[in-house]
Ligand binder design. Structure first.
Ligand code: G3P
Length: 240
């Protein structure tokens, strides 16, 4: 559809966002294999009513996985929210933060939810130790995702490909559990995630818009860049 390098990707590309029309538009593209959102993206998109927003999207998004996040901080309330969110439609995964704001880990809750047949997407994960603990509690018969925030890991100067590679090993016996490379920083991350055999990557619209550049001739791109500098200097009327 776009170009061979993109068409040949094995990794599942999920669209991350909270703009309803954008989410529905992307859902309808063959390249996009699922959708994700989170409370921060929803706040940025000025979503006021959580359930109304989610349910209105689910009218259109029926056949690809979509993740909505709990927002309670107490594990009992998180569980109630997870049960409710998961009841909205079969393709819904419930995002459970790996810990709450008191730094209490969510592993017991993840076990309880997956044992109730609820599909979870464990989110804000950044270490292999967390992945080991998650692996330990996930019900092997229930599909789940583990979202590793690769971009945030990279922001600390740590190479996230190592974390993802190790996490894939940790989860290898849980055949229904997949790792998502979350919080990407650049288009190259799609190919890095693909190269280590990561199952999925969640990508914002601004990165998706760069897909048209994949495989672009670099001499041509170099020329266009030089023209950009020239044109902008000319428009500014610079002289020395
Ligand atoms: O999917 C996770 C993403 O929305 C968070 O990304 O850029 O805030 O690290 P970022």
């Amino acid at each position: 559809m776009m170009n061979k390098k993109v068409d040949d990707l094995k990794i599942n590309i999920f669209a991350d966002g909270a703009n309803k029309s954008e989410m529905i538009r992307l859902y309808n593209q063959d390249l996009i294999k699922g959708l994700t959102t989170n409370p921060t993206l929803m706040k940025q998109a000025n979503v006021k009513n959580y359930k109304e927003f989610a349910v209105s999207i689910l009218k259109y998004v029926k056949n690809k996985p979509i993740s909505f996040e709990v927002f309670a901080d107490d594990f009992m309330d998180m569980e109630k929210q997870a049960i409710e969110i998961s009841s909205w439609q079969e393709n819904v995964y419930v995002k459970i933060p790996v810990m709450n704001t008191k730094k209490k880990t969510s592993y017991d809750l993840i076990k309880s939810l997956t044992d109730q047949n609820i599909k979870v997407n464990v989110t804000a994960v950044m270490t292999c130790e967390q992945v080991k603990s998650i692996e330990n509690v996930l019900n092997p018969e229930v599909p789940s995702y583990v979202s590793i925030f690769a971009g945030r890991i990279a922001d600390t100067g740590v190479d996230p490909t190592k974390t993802i590679t190790e996490s894939l090993k940790i989860l290898r016996n849980k055949t229904l559990s997949e790792i998502i490379w979350a919080s990407p920083r650049e288009l190259l991350n799609i190919f890095q995630a693909e190269a280590v055999g990561c199952h999925a990557i969640t990508v914002t619209t601004s990165l998706l818009n760069k897909l048209s550049l994949v495989g672009y001739d670099l001499d041509q791109y170099s020329l266009e860049t030089v023209k950009m500098f020239y044109d902008d200097a000319e428009k500014s009327g610079y002289s020395i």
